[in-house]
Write a protein that binds this ligand. Structure first.
Ligand code: ADP
Ligand code: MG
Length: 618
């Protein structure tokens, strides 16, 4: 088979372009990425060899070697890990397979400064070699294969792959350094970089100088070391390695569970949101080790989906080394580890919740954690204790307990409003009556809120009730004096019966009912859900995801104290329905829809009616 020339996937080409032209600030991290990959490759082979020892072919002593050569101006990184065959080389070093990545990279703007920060969060892995190298050659032979392959590219659009003989098992990366990058040929520099970024790597990183080998990292698994011996820097670099992330860990949890089940957990909560956190194919990111042997980085049984933002490793003493991935499902030991991990993570979050920087976490991952409220019945209250909410009472975050503590005399439920956007929600007419009585309302804007709130129903003994449900009754609540005073003078409502009958007739089939409202003070109309009916916001979400195709008729509430409604009522009572009553009915209904964020029922008809009414008013 001759040399084969291929083009990089478009996203990779774009990424490489950015890497080469703008990621110049911290070039030395390329070595961390290559060492990290080499270490992963050794881990993979070690695991495969548990069941297929012949794969080791007599060489089970894993190591990563760095060979600088000033004469040829090359830096060579060699590992004896699992290696890559032809297809692995093409797929892994020519495309980006991680779920959601392609979409993510398509979002890059071409504005270098902005793109670099975006990519910084995402990580460039292998491609970071091109920050310092004008050409990279990868020679590799996969464990168990007789023949090897040679991959080569200058990072400009294309790469070649060809068969090669005499290749050692594992991967050898030969970097031809760019002009001016000679510092990466200096043993002292390499030593420093490895110490700084790769000390935690459990496999020896060996610097080869004048034919002499020198191990430059500590080469023991970081999580097995005593906490007191680990610096924050080392934790951070380990986090980068284990989670393929580039940000700072927001919180680090390192502990050893002893007793019936023994394991060590080194877990991180990231600072910034991983781009694929809501992607359907996202993986979980806690690696499972058994007695320091890497088993898998895709063990769905380790943490529940609502903790999928957690990164790190779990190393078990009790699982058998030759456990297969299939055996991990429904494994009782693993179930106990999971139980312990969840408990630990939640208790750490609860502790952190009392600290000022909790908002960083909450704003990043709150929406994910809230999935646990309905997914993990056993932990529901623990999770709710951690949850923070926005309310109408101020701009900060607050807890359900605090909101419950501020309930008014006569208030029989904790009220909440749901919507897509905080600012629009705050202005919702549904809140007017609550504001007038000084009642604090919880403001929910995460889609997940529509699911956990009905599933939970109450907090302690307080019912959670939507402001938008038709059985809101605020009459027993005495308002604040200030709020009462600010209220528009509560004129005795005019007789609404004739108007209601006329509106029902005109809007027959469009609305479930027409009623007078207690919750409106300034607006003329609003739409509410019948009690027990799906909320308007949830219906909108479902329609947006095409899980529902028709709208449910809602209740139109009219404000009997509003001048417009009073006027209409008086006119209809005196003269009966007129030619323009239907126009008025639809305009009121469309107005209520618009405030809910819905388009008018029929935009053309709406515009015609509005123009007609305005013309009559001239
Ligand atoms: P990531 O490490 O986040 O998966 P990289 O760009 O660093 O992304 O590497 C891409 C893939 O290339 C790896 O997932 C791995 O499959 C493969 N790879 C890279 N380096 C090596 C290596 N030294 N040995 C074997 N496979 C490797
Ligand atoms: Mg990598």
């Amino acid at each position: 088979m001759a040399e084969e020339k291929r083009a990089f996937q478009a996203e990779v080409a774009k990424l490489l372009d950015i890497v080469v032209h703008s990621l110049y600030s911290n070039k030395e991290i390329f070595l961390r990425e290559l060492v990290s990959n080499a270490s992963d490759a050794c881990d993979k082979l070690r695991y495969a060899a548990v069941t297929q020892p012949e794969l080791l072919d007599g060489d089970g002593e894993f190591r990563i070697r760095l060979v600088p050569d000033k004469a040829s101006r090359t830096l060579t990184v060699i590992d004896n890990g699992i290696g890559m065959n032809h297809d692995d080389l093409v797929d892994n070093l020519g495309t980006i397979a991680r779920s959601g990545t392609a979409e993510y990279l398509k979002g890059l703007s071409g504005d270098a400064a902005r793109d670099v920060t975006l990519i910084g969060q995402f990580g460039v892995g292998f491609y970071s070699a091109y920050m310092v190298a004008e050409k990279v050659v990868v020679e590799s032979r996969k464990a168990g294969d007789a023949h090897g392959w040679r991959w080569e590219s200058d990072g400009r659009g294309e790469f070649t792959v060809s068969p090669a003989d005499g290749i050692a098992r594992g991967a050898t990366l030969i970097l031809s350094l760019r002009e001016g990058e000679d510092e990466f040929l200096e043993p002292a520099t390499l030593r420093r970089i490895v110490k700084r970024y790769s000390d935690h790597i459990a496999i020896p990183v060996v610097l080869v100088e004048d034919g002499k080998d020198e191990t430059v990292n500590a080469a023991s698994a970081l999580w097995t070391r005593a906490k007191a011996d680990i610096t924050p820097e080392q934790y951070k670099e380990f986090y980068h390695h284990v989670s393929h992330a580039f940000d700072e860990p927001w919180h680090t949890i390192h502990y050893k569970a002893e007793g019936a089940i023994e394991y060590t957990g080194l877990l991180f909560v990231p600072q910034s949101k991983p781009f694929d956190i809501f992607h359907p194919d996202r993986k979980q990111h806690v690696k499972l080790y058994v007695k320091r042997v890497f088993i898998t980085d895709d063990c769905a049984e380790l943490l529940p989906p609502y903790l999928r933002f957690v990164r790190g490793v779990v190393d078990s003493q009790d699982l058998p080394l030759n456990i297969s991935r299939e055996m991990l499902q429904h494994n009782p030991v693993l179930a106990k580890i999971k139980h312990g991990l969840v408990k630990r993570v939640l208790s750490e979050l609860k502790k952190k919740a009392a600290e000022p920087d909790f908002a960083t976490f909450w704003e990043t991952f709150g929406a994910v954690l809230k999935e646990g409220i309905y997914e993990d019945f056993e932990r529901r209250d623990d999770i709710l204790e951690i949850c923070r909410f926005r309310t109408t009472a101020g701009d900060g975050w607050t807890t359900l307990d605090e909101v419950a503590g501020r309930m008014k005399d006569g208030q029989d439920a904790l009220y909440y409003a749901t919507g897509d956007q905080m600012e629009a929600l705050k202005k919702s007419p549904q809140l007017e009556g609550f504001r007038a009585k000084g009642i604090e309302v919880l403001l929910f804007t995460d889609p997940v809120d529509e699911f956990w709130v009905p599933a939970v129903g109450k907090w302690k003994d307080k019912e959670l009730r939507s402001v938008n449900s038709s059985d809101v009754d605020l009459s027993a609540v005495k308002g604040d004096e200030a709020a009462e005073a600010a209220k528009p003078e509560a004129a005795a409502p005019a007789d609404m019966d004739a108007l209601i009958a006329a509106l029902k007739l005109a809007l027959d089939g469009k609305v479930a009912d027409v009623r007078t409202s207690e919750r409106l003070t300034e607006s003329a109309v609003c739409l509410v859900a019948e009690s027990g009916q799906m909320s308007i916001h949830l219906e909108k979400l479902l329609r947006a995801h095409r899980q529902m195709d028709s709208e449910m008729p809602r209740v139109l509430e009219i404000n009997p104290r509003h001048a417009l409604i009073k006027g209409l009522a008086a006119r209809i009572k005196a003269a009966g329905a007129a030619a323009d009553t239907e126009d008025m009915a639809f305009l009121l209904y469309d107005q209520a829809r618009i405030v809910e964020g819905e388009p008018p029922l029929d935009a053309a008809a709406f515009s015609k009616r509005l123009a007609a009414v305005m013309a009559r008013g001239l």
